[in-house]
Ligand binder design. Structure first.
Ligand code: SF4
Ligand code: SF4
Length: 589
């Protein structure tokens, strides 16, 4: 007689989360309710399970009660599942014999009524226990990593990431949408903090002459970097270690296989024409800060003199207007601060003052923001040089005689100023670059509230799960130095993945029951990750050859789309099989 399969022994651990959970739920009621559920042998409250003490308690709880399935009522599995699972593994349990219920974010935080929240928590625990009964121990599967990287964006961050990854031995495809490398940085004449250009070796700034040009050359000449200009990503499939990217280049479409991806697509400047009251596009002597940089670069080629565009006259009065398009709540600009504009406007003003010592230079600002070391000294030096800072918004820039008049409030004196000026410089803010929405879709990276690609919190190891890093201004405005640092950090983390040569593919993934598969290929057509292919099989029973579906473990994201489509019920995601899902639903009553 066949021995009966022993019933699982399920333990339920309810994390108090320093009062976050225990304060919003009736844990006494929950414990009693959970203890009545099938196969539950123990229910206890725990301190913080994310902490060392909590994990020690969990180990002891499992061993004391001879538990083989664990249900955790706690916080978000997204952040803490790995941490808690390590405690299971350390006492010999498989990490996939755990089910985690998010009582904090999904129960306590959204519901103020404690009784209703407890009612919902009870249902969630019932469903989790039902699922835990049929959880199977799963093992990860090693999957090879393609030692190649795709870098999107050939600005300063993208070039740095490409160089660092190539130096670590990876083949790099550097894809740039425009016809040249260098991005916006290449248009700058000088940059913070030195604002100088000394070709004598003592210079520490990042302008194109001293840093960018050699970097561009190094990228172009590196044997492991392939630069694809005027190119873009069209399609992406696969996953960490094995991404398949379809690129559109001037010579046609090419497909490349890469293990990791760096997104360094930068930002774009907000179009100042959205603010017609400031005169951009109407008066030629109203320019953007980037256009002033281009004027400075051009001037350097001749006598060094800055001249206003309308008549080539040297300006005697220059007005900078801050926050054009940034910190804007009218819907014409963006609500965020663009972070770098105050710093570079002061730098540009100082540069102009050096070149035109007799000129009056005003900076109109709402408040000055300089989140960089050295900013305070930068600002104080500008004041000492005689640059005039006017706090308040600018209402209008209008034509008057042969020049312009800036109408602005001065909050400190309470007066409305009318300043005759020869040249107006708009410190335009930054917003997400063209094509960001499309990249968000292709890379499955959500946008943040400002429309930039959301970067992973570096405090967590999310980068290594997906192998995609968002660096530099693609993730929001930041200075050159910080963009470079971002790129270097990402390249180091991704380089480590590439160097390992293989990854442990997620154990939770789709698998095919070949005896049921009819080879209809519906799943292959539907899989968003391109994880399914078909392969020939000999059916010895029937003595025929046929094709069956096959899943690439590294590429499968366990989305379940294939399982819902398969007419033969031949493909399912491990531990998310139909019976298991039905058990959960039925437990909800
Ligand atoms: S679960 Fe299926 S459809 Fe989804 S990624 Fe995996 S193989 Fe593709
Ligand atoms: S849909 Fe189902 S039957 Fe068709 S190939 Fe995929 S696994 Fe096989």
């Amino acid at each position: 007689m066949k021995a009966a399969t022993p019933r699982p022994r399920i333990g339920v651990a309810l994390c108090t989360c320093r009062g976050e959970i225990s304060g919003g739920l009736d844990l006494t009621h929950l414990k009693a309710a959970a203890l009545r559920l099938p196969d539950v042998v123990a229910v206890e409250e725990a301190g913080e399970l994310c902490m060392k003490e909590g994990q020690e308690w969990l180990r002891e709880f499992i061993l004391r009660n001879r538990i083989d399935r664990v249900v955790i009522g706690g916080c978000t599995p997204r952040l803490y599942e790995d941490t808690v699972a390590r405690a299971l593994v350390s006492v010999g349990l498989n990490r996939h014999t755990m089910e985690m219920v998010n009582l904090r974010e999904q129960c306590v935080w959204p519901h103020r009524d404690k009784a209703r929240a407890t009612e919902k928590a009870e249902l969630m625990l019932s469903a989790a226990v039902a699922r835990a009964s049929s959880l199977e121990p799963l093992e990860p599967c090693p999957a090879p990593v393609t030692k190649a990287a795709l870098v999107l964006g050939g600005g300063v961050a993208g070039m740095q990431a490409a160089l660092d990854l190539a130096r670590l031995g990876a083949r790099v495809y550097l894809v740039e949408a425009t016809g040249g490398l260098g991005g916006r940085t290449y248009k700058l004449s000088t940059t913070f903090p030195t604002q100088e250009c000394k070709p004598d070796g003592c210079c520490i700034h990042y302008c194109r002459e001293c840093v960018l040009t050699p970097k561009i050359e190094e990228v172009l000449q590196h044997p492991r970097i392939e630069v694809l200009l005027n190119s873009r990503l069209k399609e992406l499939s696969g996953g960490l270690g094995a991404y398949r990217a379809l690129l559109v280049t001037p010579t046609g479409q090419i497909e490349v296989m890469v293990g990791v991806i760096v997104v360094a697509t930068g930002s774009r400047l907000i179009d100042a024409r959205r603010f017609p009251e400031l005169g951009y596009g109407i008066h030629p002597d109203v320019v953007t800060s980037l256009e002033l940089e281009e004027m400075a670069v051009e001037a350097r080629k001749s006598d060094g003199a800055i001249r206003r565009p309308s008549d080539g006259k040297t300006p005697n009065t220059i007005s900078f207007i801050q926050c054009v398009g940034s910190r804007d709540t009218t819907g014409r600009g963006r609500a965020h601060c663009s972070l770098v504009c105050c710093t570079y406007a002061i730098g540009q003003a100082k540069e102009l003052k050096r070149r035109l010592p007799g000129a009056r230079i005003y900076i109109h600002y709402i408040d000055l923001r300089g989140p960089y070391r050295g900013f305070e000294e930068h600002y104080l030096e500008a004041r000492q040089m005689g640059i005039e800072f006017v706090r308040g918004k600018v209402a209008e820039v209008k034509k008057s005689g042969g020049g312009l008049v800036v109408v602005a409030e001065d909050i400190d004196t309470g007066r409305l100023l009318r300043i005759r000026t020869d040249l107006v410089v708009l410190s335009v803010g930054q917003e997400a670059s063209d094509g960001t929405d499309e990249l968000s879709r292709l890379l499955r990276i959500p946008l943040d509230r400002d429309g930039f690609l959301r970067e992973y919190n570096p405090a967590f190891d999310m980068l290594k799960r997906k192998g995609v890093a968002v660096v530099g201004c693609a993730a929001g405005p930041r200075g050159i130095r910080y963009s470079v640092e971002d790129a270097r950090a990402a390249a180091a983390a991704l380089g480590e993945l590439l160097a390992a040569g293989e990854i442990e593919a997620e154990a939770v993934r789709a698998e095919v029951d070949e005896s049921r598969c009819s080879g209809c290929r519906q799943c292959e057509a539907l899989c968003p990750m391109g994880a399914i292919t078909t392969k020939p099989r000999v059916d010895h029973k029937r003595g025929v050859k046929r094709v069956v579906a096959s899943v690439s473990p590294a590429q499968c994201s366990a989305c379940g789309a294939c399982a819902t489509a398969c007419p033969s019920k031949a493909i399912a995601v491990r531990n998310h099989k139909l019976r298991q899902l039905m058990d959960q639903i039925e437990a909800l009553g």
